[in-house]
Write a protein of this length. Structure first.
Length: 118
């Protein structure tokens, strides 16, 4: 099956994402979750830059995911002292193609990705 365009709105900005037919409900729910998280951070008033809001939202959502998976017995987070030296687990914590998701986000944003600062 081919991908179809899906319109989503995140923090007041519209995005058109390429979405497989069978993934529309999940991607829509994910966009709503990201929107809710980003708006909550923005509305708290401490952070104004959209990029920082996005990063903080990603960290909050990843933290919640890891906590949930830990409660469900799927992952055990490393203690903070070990986290920097412990290699990533051989089995991914989530079963999502992150590279494909990044490519879709880049395409939706017009291919303008900002390289990380050193």
């Amino acid at each position: 099956m081919g991908a179809k365009p899906l319109d989503v709105n995140i923090m007041g900005q519209g995005y058109v994402l390429a979405c497989p037919q069978e993934g529309e409900a999940v991607l829509t729910a994910a966009a709503r979750l990201v929107d809710r998280e980003m708006c909550a951070i923005r509305d708290a008033g401490r952070v104004k830059a959209r990029e920082r809001i996005a990063v903080l939202s990603a960290l909050n959502l990843a933290h919640a995911l890891i906590e949930q998976r830990t409660r469900d017995g799927h992952a055990t987070p490393a203690p903070a002292a070990e986290a920097e030296t412990t290699p990533a687990p051989a089995v991914p914590l989530i079963t999502i193609d992150v590279d494909a998701l990044v490519r879709r986000l880049d395409a939706a944003l017009g291919g303008h990705s900002t390289p990380p600062s050193a």
